[in-house]
Write a protein that binds this ligand. Structure first.
Ligand code: CP
Length: 309
């Protein structure tokens, strides 16, 4: 049966471990696996701008022996002119998988329902699951076994990153805390889903409205922009609301002494994080950015194996 990756909990805990193990193996021997030899094509569609996602999928699909077909939505019939379901029916006759960065999660679900090839969420308004696979791989490299670690996501809890942190880290058996203003908390359905997963994996998922409470004794401290794509009109209001959630040296000092700092980038230095933290010795952001490549190659390989079965 075709598997899709639309949100972090589309992988079970065991499946998430498999993908992360495959990613580590593929990183060690970068050019060994070529499941897209042919070349088979993968469509990578962008409704929103991107640097890391565009580059890592383009490079990754090429390294897997395939041909990346990068499509800007504005130059296609998708987005008002043709439905996601009809687009999917056209693409599935020609490509091995569809990767889509879009706004509404519902669009991804429509795309997945309409096709026989795997659909991958390359960021929606609700989730950024490919980023989380890269983040978990990076944490594993720096901290070892994921289960039992405490991770604090500080900032916009309702953002795709805040919500993906809850689901992906609960799946990994971690203790995940989101520290966010009450008006920007994750949606209750996502919190409940993360707590249900954590009850099975031995982790935990909590939401607090105080940055210090979130990072206290954490192994990993994470933040992201306060102004996600599509929220640009709210920038002034958001900067005022999130003022107490900046990750600075004082906040990092409340985490464990050997805590690491992560950010999916792009960053607004001086807003969600100070330059001395993101550019300082605790920051592992460049490993995190590189790991988009290895994690997504593993994910595509894993999904294609199941699509061919
Ligand atoms: N982190 C991330 O998704 O980066 P891009 O927006 O540049 O793809």
């Amino acid at each position: 049966m075709t598997r899709h990756f639309l949100r972090d909990d589309d992988l079970s805990p065991a499946e998430q471990r498999e993908v992360l193990e495959l990613a580590a193996t593929m990183k060690r021997d970068r050019f060994a696996a070529r499941p897209l030899e042919g070349p088979k094509s993968v469509a990578v569609i962008f409704d929103k701008s991107s640097t890391r996602t565009r580059v890592s999928f383009h490079v990754g699909i090429s390294e897997l022996g395939g041909s990346p077909l990068i499509i800007a939505t504005a130059s296609s019939q998708l987005g008002g002119k043709e439905t996601a379901a009809d687009t999917a029916r056209v693409l599935e006759r020609q490509v091995a998988a569809i990767v889509w960065r879009t706004y509404a999660q519902a669009g991804l679900e429509e795309m997945a329902k309409g096709t026989t090839v795997p659909v991958v969420n390359a960021l929606s308004d609700d989730f950024h699951p490919c980023q989380l696979l890269a983040d978990l791989l990076t944490m594993q490299e720096h901290k070892g076994e994921l289960a039992g670690l405490t991770v604090a996501f500080v900032g916009d809890g309702r953002s795709n990153m805040g919500q993906s942190y809850l689901l992906a880290c609960a799946t990994a058996g971690m203790h995940v805390r989101v520290g966010a203003p009450a008006a920007h908390a994750p949606v209750p359905e996502v919190v409940a889903a993360a707590q249900a997963i954590a009850a099975e994996t031995g982790g935990s998922a909590t939401v607090v409205h105080d940055a210090s409470a979130a990072v206290s004794d954490a192994d990993i401290v994470v933040t992201d922009t306060w102004v996600s794509m599509g929220k640009e009109d709210e920038k002034a209001e958001r900067v005022a609301t999130f003022g107490e959630f900046t990750v600075d040296q004082a906040l990092m000092a409340e985490a464990k002494h050997d805590a690491v700092f992560m950010h999916c980038l792009p960053a607004d230095r001086g807003f969600e994080v100070t330059a001395d933290v993101i550019d300082g010795p605790q920051s592992i952001i460049w490993d995190e950015a590189e790991n988009r490549l290895h994690a997504q190659k593993a994910l595509l390989t894993w999904l294609l194996e199941r699509a061919d079965a």
